[in-house]
Design a protein around this ligand. Structure first.
Ligand code: HEC
Length: 193
């Protein structure tokens, strides 16, 4: 061992193991001091300067989500009511109805049948309804909110509002279509519907 090395050795020793007193590289020191400063500012910000805590951050993000999804979000039960008139008017637009048909075939037919005759879910073109009396606004509500406990998904959280309206218009346009092999009626028979 040279004298130079001897000089750089620290004077403690553990079981014969000794340690050089080397200078720390600048990049390492800078990073280290940087993290200390960062931690201090972070602590000041969140403990004293009113930085949002996790709960508050979650709340802010949920509110942003609500805004994006037009008040639907995952907040079951807050679907915007849509007027019967608006939906009836959409039913007269061939474009809307054909968009609705396309969406229905992709999202709903697997459970309600491609003729709406019912499969896992109920027939949507007969006179029997479990939820409401088959008005377009009632259909809109059940489609948006779903019946999760019965296996009907809440589409308000998954589809755009316009898409839901067009699907409802399509369902309305198919009323009384009398498809082959209909599912047995479910719910209450609605008279004068
Ligand atoms: C995973 C299967 C499934 C899918 C997919 C599904 N549904 Fe349903 N749907 C159901 C079931 C099951 C019910 C019956 C709920 C109950 O018993 O209360 C139902 C009920 C309904 C009702 C109310 C019927 C009534 O008699 O009151 C409407 C309207 C409806 N669905 C529309 C749709 C639309 C529109 C879509 C596509 C956007 C869709 N459903 C997708 C399973 C499904």
């Amino acid at each position: 061992m040279s004298n130079q090395d001897q000089d750089n050795l620290t004077d403690h020793e553990y079981d014969g193991i000794r340690e050089y007193d080397n200078k720390l590289p600048i990049w390492w020191l800078a990073t280290f001091i940087g993290t200390v400063i960062f931690a201090f500012i972070y602590w000041l910000h969140y403990e004293f300067a009113g930085g949002p805590d996790l709960q508050a951050e979650l709340k802010i993000e949920m509110e942003q989500l609500q805004e994006k999804t037009g008040g639907h979000g995952h907040d079951h039960g807050t679907a915007v009511a849509v007027s019967e008139e608006e939906l009836l008017k959409l039913m007269t637009s061939a474009d809307t109805v054909s968009n609705g048909k396309l969406a229905f075939t992709g999202k709903c037919a697997s459970c309600h049948g491609d003729q709406l005759q019912g499969l896992i879910g109920p027939n949507l073109v007969d006179e029997y309804w479990i939820h409401g009396k088959g008005s377009l606004s009632e259909i809109h509500t059940v489609v948006s909110q779903g019946v999760p406990e019965k296996g009907m998904p809440a589409w308000g959280a998954m589809l755009k509002e316009d898409e839901i309206k067009s699907i409802v218009a399509y369902i309305g346009s198919q009323k009384g279509s009398n498809p082959a092999n209909p599912k047995a009626p479910q719910g209450e028979k609605v008279v004068n519907n």
